[in-house]
Design a protein around this ligand. Structure first.
Ligand code: CO
Length: 173
């Protein structure tokens, strides 16, 4: 299981490199990412959040009804004009929740760990939100980049503390 990288670590700002080799190392990494997500009760986790800027994310929005879904090289190929505001959390920002407006529905193209392409058509609700949040991570974008100026102001102190704790505390993985 990997430790989760917290806000302040530069790896969260990196654009993930596309995966080219669908080998055993990738399969192991993807399985580890999925189990780390479950271990931390997340609905999604991007590779940056465990310290590696490669285009791999795990999603589990079914509350353990289905195995977590691993997405390699995911991208949004369609988004609805209609938007929706909802509260989000992020494992890299413990105890911070923000209201974020995003497209209500998205379609996502990705590959599985064997390199086979698949499309998630018109995801809605939590699935849509989690997909957008994780794909953002892979582009170096965090949910604090998408909240209102007022919300951002309100959490400024918490963010500073978080970045500081990361520097002076236990080394992040
Ligand atoms: Co996140």
């Amino acid at each position: 299981m990997s430790e989760i990288v917290l806000y302040g670590d530069p790896v969260l700002r990196k654009t993930a490199v596309r995966v080219q080799r669908f080998d055993d190392e990738l399969k192991k990494f993807a399985a580890d990412l999925a189990s780390s997500m479950k271990e931390h009760d997340g609905v999604g986790l991007a590779a940056n959040q465990v310290g590696r800027a490669i285009a791999v994310a795990a999603i589990d929005v079914t509350q353990n009804e289905e195995p977590p879904r691993v997405l390699i090289n995911p991208s949004v190929i369609w988004q609805s004009d209609e938007t929706e505001e909802s509260e989000e959390g992020c494992l890299s920002f413990p105890e911070i929740r923000l209201k974020i407006t995003r497209p209500k529905s998205v379609s996502v193209r990705a590959q599985d760990v064997d390199g086979n392409e698949f499309t998630i058509e018109k995801a809605e609700g939590l699935a849509s939100r989690a997909l957008q949040h994780e794909i953002d991570h892979l582009n170096g974008i965090m949910f604090i980049d998408r909240c209102s100026v007022l919300q951002r102001k309100l959490i400024e102190g918490k963010l500073k503390k978080l970045a500081k704790s990361r520097r002076s505390g236990e080394p992040a993985a």
